[in-house]
Ligand binder design. Structure first.
Ligand code: C2E
Ligand code: MG
Ligand code: MG
Length: 255
C-alpha cells in the first residue's frame, strides 16, 4: 500500500526495505531542518510561542506525516523525533516552543532519556499530542506523561476536530492547551452553526482548564470569527507562514 500519512499504512517487504534506506539517509545525514510558526495572542497580538515543524530539505519525503509514517514502519520514529527536538530547541531560544510528538514515540523510551532537550528547557516546552492517531498502550503513555509533566513540561492536544475526533482526550490528558484543527476553522464566519460549534468547544475546553489555539487561520475573516469564539491564540498563514528563523507575526488588516 502507498504511504500517504494515513493511519497505519501497510507496506510490502520491498517497500519497507526502500523506506528503511530513505529513513536511514535522512537520519544519518541529518537531512532535516525545522521551521517555526508563531502562536499569536488574540488579546494583545504578541507572539506567545512557536510550533516547531520538521522539514526534509533534500525531498526524500514529500511531507512530515509521510516521513514519520516511514520512520514508524522501520522502527526509527523515536530516533527521528529526538533529532528533530535537538534541532528545534536550538533554533528557538526566545519563546516557549511547541513540539509535535508522534504517539509511537511513547513506546520506545526515547522521550524519557534524561539528556533529551525537552528536560533542559522544561518550563518553556509544550508537547503536542495529536488526537488523530490513537494512543496505543495508554497506561504506559499516561505514566510517561505524568513523569514528563512532573518536570514542568506542559501538554497540548493537537488537531481537535480533525477526522478522528475524540473529545475524551481532553478529560483523559488534562492538557494545558487544546489546538483546534483547521477543519473547524476553514471558512469560519460569525453567526453560523459552525461558529456556534467552535464557540462551544472553546467554552468546553476552558471549563476543562485548557487554553485554546485555533490552527490554520488563512484569512482576516477567519481570524475575526476566531477572536469572537473566545479562543486565546491563533496560528495560520494569515498571521505567519512557518519559517526559519522564527518569523514575526503580521496582523492582517480587516476590510
Ligand atoms: P500539525 O502539528 O497540525 O501542524 C500544522 C500543519 O498545518 C503544518 O503542516 C503547518 O505548516 C500547516 N499550516 C499552518 N498554518 C496553516 C494554514 O493557515 N493553512 C493550512 N492549510 N495549513 C497550515 P506541516 O508542517 O506540513 O505538518 C503537517 C503535520 O506533520 C503536523 O500537523 C504534524 O502532525 C506533523 N509534524 C510536523 N512536524 C513534526 C514533528 O517534528 N514531529 C512529529 N511527530 N510530527 C510532525
Ligand atoms: Mg502540531
Ligand atoms: Mg494540528
Amino acid at each position: 500500500m502507498q504511504a500517504n500519512g494515513n493511519q497505519n499504512p501497510v507496506y510490502s517487504e520491498e517497500e519497507k526495505q526502500a523506506l528503511s534506506e530513505k529513513v536511514d539517509q535522512v537520519i544519518s545525514n541529518k537531512e532535516l531542518m525545522v521551521v517555526f510558526q508563531p502562536l499569536v495572542s488574540l488579546k494583545d497580538r504578541s507572539v506567545f510561542a512557536y510550533e516547531a515543524l520538521a522539514r526534509n530539505p533534500s525531498g526524500v519525503f514529500a511531507n512530515p506525516p509521510v516521513m514519520f509514517d516511514a520512520a514508524v514502519a522501520v522502527g526509527r520514529c523515536g530516533e527521528l523525533g529526538r533529532l528533530v527536538r535537538e534541532i528545534a530547541v536550538e533554533g528557538c531560544t526566545t519563546h516557549p516552543i511547541f513540539l509535535n510528538i508522534h504517539p509511537d514515540e511513547f513506546e520506545d523510551g526515547w522521550l524519557m532519556q534524561p539528556d533529551d532537550p525537552i528536560f533542559s528547557n522544561a518550563d518553556r516546552t509544550f508537547l503536542e499530542i495529536t488526537e488523530s492517531v490513537p494512543l496505543k498502550y495508554s497506561d504506559i503513555c499516561h505514566s510517561i506523561l505524568r513523569e514528563i509533566r512532573s518536570h514542568g513540561i506542559r501538554l497540548a492536544v493537537d488537531d481537535l476536530g480533525s477526522g478522528y475526533s475524540n473529545l475524551k482526550y481532553i478529560s483523559d490528558l488534562q492538557p494545558e492547551i487544546v489546538k483546534l484543527d483547521r477543519e473547524l476553522i476553514s471558512g469560519l464566519t460569525k453567526g453560523t452553526r459552525l461558529h456556534r460549534l467552535v464557540k462551544s468547544i472553546v467554552d468546553l475546553s476552558v471549563n476543562m482548564g485548557a487554553k485554546v489555539v485555533a490552527e490554520g487561520i488563512e484569512t482576516a475573516e477567519e481570524l475575526h470569527a476566531v477572536i469572537d469564539t473566545g479562543a486565546h491564540f491563533g496560528q495560520g498563514y494569515a498571521l505567519a507562514r512557518p519559517a526559519f528563523p522564527p518569523p514575526e507575526a503580521i496582523w492582517p488588516t480587516f476590510k
